[in-house]
Design a protein around this ligand. Structure first.
Ligand SMILES: C[S@@+](CC[C@H](N)C(=O)[O-])C[C@H]1O[C@@H](n2cnc3c(N)ncnc32)[C@H](O)[C@@H]1O
Length: 753
């Protein structure tokens, strides 16, 4: 029986109230017609149509050619007039924000008018670029430019790039000082063009350049011409646009290159008033969540920390949200947890004051049929349920209930921002009690959580509850935190410590160790901070899908310290940081205090293969900033183009150096890194020592780093190189020794390999 329900189509619930959305689309038609007229811009559409009609083509030219040219020129002029004003207004707005109301003095002059396109002299027609000069002297007087840095795309996890394409993306001739670029030691070094060029087979800048302004002008032009009843095919046939770099307007038969319309749909234009306005807002958005689940989600890697479309890292079966079978009849939704979530909770509909609502009482009064005279959920006095719900709301609830059929209405009320009684009623219609198989009679009743039930929380919660203030504890803090339950402020030594595995002296649960030598067999406390954790021994972060036992040591607190990277990548527990100026450009500063060995964040970026690391080295040396982190001999993580805030962590001296050998003025490293296999891929994970909020994070970049950035030969000959590598490995080994053999974390001595 339950299977029948799972396969059931809930479309009848989704399709309710279709009429209302139909009327909205009619409104949009009218709205579009209206805005289209408004968007005709300053060109007189009527007179152009008249011109068009009087063009007889007697000169043998395409009859639409002169009209197309004229509209193109007018739009060109209007665009550059408008762009000048737009940029001035933007700059003024930015400056008044910056200077609290002071007027901006940026002036813009442009030669666009003189550079307008003329009749195309065959066979080539070059559109001269307008020269725009912006005089920023008034602004720069008190403008405090920040240090140079590389901007990058934010990333949650590493993105596998492998090798860069063979096309040279950048050639720093323009900025190059012919005496060479300055080195930190005051010297200068010439950019090694020959070596750099040798890395690529083609020059990227010789490819056809897409002028974004021209696209905008063309889009506005063709929009106007279309209003004059000239089709795209006719426009193309004039040859006016076909000679511009990104034509034709229609797609070529092969679909390559795409037509203007297709390209326009994919990009954002500046708010040039002559552009057609987008058709928005949509009156009734398409069902979002179900589309996401059935059509979009399957396109991407399902791994939480990886959203690539074609993912080579996680080809194995990944978790996919499956539909569930409803097990609870409506009456059982009350369960052990009978506390109303709010004063309008569905549980309160007929609850006599001063009484406790039990399951049976609930079934008597709340689920009572209307004729019993009760004001129950099914009572006739209730307005038609879901009157105010949109199709998207219904779709969302159906999708959620398909995935979690027995979810509590009170919890869903929070997600849906609807009343739990509406949700309860909806669920009852979706899963009628008659279709739900009786619960397994032998099944033990659900136990209340050992961290408290909703009842506990509600004692503190509804009107009287005040926040316990900032929480300083290292583990997860939510409504089940004992400090919250006890209404005390969380502190370093808070009650959470008893079950939070992030604290020192990890309290991982005893586990059955089936394999290993005699000493290991039997029930033992396995601490995930030692090599006893099988994942830790395999140098991989615990993964709930793959590892048994230690990954989730406590269902209430699933933050195993050995899977910190995984959870952080999923957006949890990453430490709060901010980027500020520091002694070396920008730096990363803590916004909260952290304890020793606490997870900070993962260092994310593009995972690139060694040859690409080498080819990028030329640019690194040129700009004197290196964001490349070596994972191992095959892969590096480069955050220069994409990454997270950890890319701003500056270098600090290794803590074990004697004072004399430290670089003057440098801080001591307070962050250490650990290469882990988290979620099936290598990642650099950063951990901290004890630190207060406000501290700048510093990481020891290692002995090679600054040698490499100055464009030197790194280590000289091969032998030296090997020595150096050995040293680095020894240093790394020391870190692991510290990690694994710290007496605080257990008897790792026995497990030394
Ligand atoms: C990963 S980035 C750090 C963020 C960088 N400060 C920024 O503003 O983007 C590394 C670069 O910062 C600079 N840097 C970091 N620590 C330094 C130090 N202790 N001394 C000199 N330069 C440092 C070097 O240019 C280095 O290549």
């Amino acid at each position: 029986m339950p299977n029948t329900i799972v396969r059931h189509s809930y479309d009848h619930l989704r399709e309710e109230e279709e009429e209302s959305s139909e009327s909205s689309s009619a409104e949009v038609e009218i709205f579009n017609a209206h805005t289209s007229d408004a968007n005709a811009g300053t060109t007189d559409v009527t007179s152009k149509r008249h011109n068009l009609e009087t063009t007889d083509g007697s000169d043998g030219m395409n009859p639409h050619r002169s009209v197309c040219l004229e509209v193109f020129r007018n739009t060109w002029d209007e665009f550059y007039e408008w762009e000048k004003e737009y940029c001035e207004a933007k700059l003024a707005a930015l400056m008044s924000e910056r200077r609290k109301g002071a007027s901006a003095t940026a002036t813009i002059s442009t030669t666009a008018k003189k550079a307008r396109p003329t009749s195309p002299p065959d066979p080539t027609w070059v559109i001269p670029c307008p020269q725009t000069t912006i005089d920023l002297s008034g602004i720069l007087a008190d403008f405090d430019a920040g240090p140079q840095y590389e901007s990058c795309t934010p990333l949650n996890g590493n993105v596998y790039v492998g090798d860069d394409p063979d096309v040279m993306p950048f050639l720093p001739f323009g900025e190059e000082d012919w005496d060479g670029y300055p080195l930190p030691d005051g010297g200068r070094k010439r950019f090694a063009y020959e070596d750099y060029i040798g890395e690529y087979s083609e020059l990227g800048w010789m490819d056809a350049f897409d002028d974004p302004d021209l696209d905008c002008i063309l889009y506005a032009t063709t929009n106007r011409l279309a209003k004059m009843s000239i089709s795209y095919a006719q426009m193309d046939a004039t040859g006016v646009f076909a000679r511009t770099p990104r034509m034709p307007l229609l797609s070529a038969p092969s679909g390559d290159p795409p037509g203007l319309e297709a390209r326009a749909a994919k990009r954002d234009f500046p708010p040039f008033p002559c552009l057609p306005s987008p058709v928005s807002p949509h009156p009734s958005p398409p069902p979002v969540l179900s589309t996401l689940r059935t059509r979009i989600y399957p396109l991407f890697c399902h791994n939480l920390t990886c959203i690539r479309q074609i993912c080579p890292t996680h080809p194995e079966g990944t978790p996919y949200p499956h539909t569930t079978i409803p097990e609870k009849k409506s009456v059982h939704l009350v369960g052990n947890d009978s506390s109303p979530c709010s004063t309008t909770c569905f549980l309160l509909f007929s609850k006599p004051s001063g009484t406790t609502l039990t399951s049976s009482a609930f079934s008597r009064v709340v689920l009572a049929p209307a004729e019993h005279g009760q004001r129950g959920i099914t009572g006739a006095s209730r307005p038609a349920i879901l009157d105010s719900w949109s199709a998207a709301d219904r779709d969302t609830l159906i999708t959620i209930l398909e995935l979690d059929a027995d979810a509590r209405p009170c919890d869903l009320a929070v997600i849906m921002k609807k009343s739990c009684s509406d949700i309860f009623h909806f669920r009852k219609r979706m899963f009628p009690d008659a279709m739900i198989a009786p619960r397994n009679p032998g099944k033990a009743p659900l136990k209340p959580s050992r961290h408290g039930t909703r009842d506990n929380i509600l004692v503190l919660d509804p009107q009287t509850y005040t926040s316990p203030g900032p929480c300083y504890h290292p583990g997860p803090c939510d409504a089940t935190c004992p400090c919250v339950l006890a209404n005390v402020q969380c502190e370093r030594k808070c009650l959470c410590d008893d079950f939070c595995p992030l604290r020192k002296g990890c309290k991982c649960k005893p586990q059955l160790v089936a394999k290993g030598n005699n000493k290991d067999r039997g029930v033992k406390r396995v601490c995930c901070r030692t090599k006893r954790c099988p994942c830790k021994r395999a140098k991989r972060a615990c993964d709930p899908e793959q590892c048994v036992g230690c990954a989730i040591s406590d269902s209430q607190s699933p933050t195993c310290c050995n899977m910190a990277a995984l959870w952080a990548a999923a957006g949890r527990h990453r430490k709060a940081v901010e980027v500020r100026r520091s002694a070396h450009g920008y730096g990363l500063f803590l916004k909260e205090s952290v304890l020793a060995d606490e997870f900070l964040m993962e260092y994310t970026g593009e995972a690139i293969l060694d040859p690409t690391c080498i080819s990028r080295d030329h640019i690194i040396a040129y700009r004197q900033r290196n964001y490349l982190f070596a994972l191992h001999t095959t892969l590096g993580v480069d955050s220069s183009l994409a990454g997270d805030p950890s890319r701003f962590i500056n270098h600090g001296n290794p803590p074990n150096l004697v004072d004399g050998s430290m670089s003057v003025g440098e801080g001591i490293a307070n962050v250490y890194s650990h290469v882990e296999i988290a979620n099936g891929g290598h990642g650099v994970v950063l951990y901290a020592i004890d630190m207060e909020a406000g501290t700048e994070l510093l990481l020891d970049y290692g002995p090679k780093f600054f040698n490499q950035i100055s464009g030197g030969d790194e280590d000289g000959d091969e032998e030296d190189n090997d020595d150096e590598e050995e040293n680095v490995e020894r240093e790394e080994a020391k870190k692991y020794t510290y990690w694994d053999d710290d007496p605080e974390y257990g008897e790792a001595e026995e497990y030394k390999e």
